[in-house]
Structure formats: C-alpha cells, structure tokens
Design a protein around this ligand. Structure first.
Ligand code: 6PG
Length: 245
C-alpha cells in the first residue's frame, strides 16, 4: 500500500499552486498512459484557488479530462451552494473545457434519485467495472468536524459498502446531500486532500494522529489500499501537528 504523504505549505495560495502543478503532471501522465484522466472534484471553498490555478496554469489535456464530482448539495446547478456552479465559475466554464466531459450530480432532483442517476452515469464512464470505479484522482476537502465529501460524522452514508453514490441525511445541516461512498473514494489511484485554515487544525490532527472512530472523524475512513494519499495543507491547518515541546 503506497504511504500517506503530508506536505505543509505556507498558505492557501501555495497549496493551490502546488496542487495545480501535481494535477498537471498527473493529468498528462494518465492521458499519455491510458488516453484519459478521470477526476472527482471537491466542493466547498478551499478548492476555488486550485481551480483558478488550473485554469490559469500550464496547459492541461483538457479534451481528455473527465470531470466528475465527489459530492453535491441537494440544490439546482444555479444555486449559490451548488458545487457544480462553483466549479463552473472557477474552472469549467473555460472555452477549452469540453462541456460534454463534465458530469455533474443532478442536485435539482430528489436526493435519492440524484444519487441513483449519478451512479448510472459513473457506470457508463467506467464500463465493465465489477466492484468500484477507479478514479485517477479524487480531490477532497476536510470539514472542521472531520467530514469529507458529504460523509459527515454519525451520518448513514458512512456504513455504505456496495453503492457508489448515495443520498445522505446530514442532521446538523438538516438537509440531504449526495455523495460518493467510501468504497469509491478508496478505490482511487490517488486521493489528495486540500486543507487550509486554522479552523481545520483539530480535524487534521485527528485524521493524521488521532484514534477516533471513523463515525466520529469520517475523513479517517479515506485510506485507499492501492492508491496514493496526500494531504496538501497550509501552516495554519497544520498547527495541531507540531510536536508540543
Ligand atoms: C462540500 C465539500 C466538503 C468540503 C468541506 C471543506 O460539498 O462542501 O465536498 O466536503 O470539502 O466541507 O469545505 P471548505 O473547503 O469550504 O472548508
């Protein structure tokens, strides 16, 4: 099993620039090796800087990139909270992105229907898959409570072991989300967590050094057995990792 890597960078801008360079390298490697690069994008705010850096950075093999999402809010694509909308605004609305290779989760549907619909979409993107789809790269964020994608503490989706995509009731938000499940995240060839800000220090320490159950800190459940796992973090988020003297 490839190891777990941690890179601590000065700030979010440095995290974004490093992630964009890694994305470039991995995208061209995948395209040269297999003709395409399958990517599951993260939602939230942290990746905005990365998506902008990707759009403005060294040329990517855009026409060979397949853009999917790790999760979505149960809202239409023009809603301010939509992850698809955020990705469109920061990355995917660029003229060089082939819109037919952007596969958003249809958050405008009832959550269970959106999840089933997206799983069918993924099954067409990964034909012949008997277990779980292997994304070339899954991008994840980390919530202050230790959630990732829309796998929140004590939420029902944490227990899912067969479906690829599920609707998940998030008690603290009093809403449903649609999310990839642990088996899909852990089937990835590579997972990169982007973590920035002091509000993530507790969660990152729990993920990297803690022993809490996955139910309490879901991001601890992302351990791809044959994929690379890297945490790209800024100093503020890493504050809890410094050995206390
Ligand atoms: C979402 C994300 C979620 C996010 C974390 C961190 O839909 O919001 O998938 O898992 O990555 O909540 O969010 P920030 O980057 O905004 O801190």
């Amino acid at each position: 099993m490839p190891g777990r890597n941690l890179r601590v960078l000065d700030n979010l801008d440095a995290v974004a620039r490093t992630a964009a360079q890694w994305m470039h390298d991995r995208a061209w490697a995948a395209v040269n090796a297999r003709g395409r690069f399958t990517l599951a994008l993260s939602g939230g705010n942290t990746p905005r800087a990365l998506y902008r850096a990707m759009a403005d950075g060294p040329r990517l093999p855009w026409e060979r990139m397949v853009f999917c999402f790790g999760d979505e809010r149960n809202v239409p694509p023009d809603h301010p909270e939509s992850n698809a909308r955020m990705a469109q605004q920061t990355l995917l609305a660029q003229p060089f992105v082939n819109q037919s290779s952007v596969y958003r989760i249809r958050g405008e549907l009832p959550a269970e229907e959106a999840a089933a619909d997206y799983e069918q979409t993924l099954r067409t993107l990964f034909p012949g898959t008997t277990a779980f789809p292997t994304f070339d790269l899954v991008l994840l964020g980390l919530g202050p409570d230790g959630h990732t994608a829309s796998l929140f503490p004590y939420s029902p989706a944490l227990a899912e072991r067969s479906r690829w995509v599920v609707a998940n009731w998030v008690e603290k938000l009093r809403t449903k989300r649609i999310t990839l499940t642990f088996p899909v995240l852990n089937a990835a060839s590579e997972v990169i967590f982007l973590v920035a800000g002091e509000d993530k220090a507790w969660a990152l320490k729990e993920v990297l050094k803690g022993t809490a159950p996955i139910s309490e800190v879901p991001a601890r459940g992302v351990v791809p057995p044959s994929g690379r796992l890297t945490y790209l973090v800024d100093r503020a988020a890493a504050a809890g990792l410094v050995q206390s003297t």
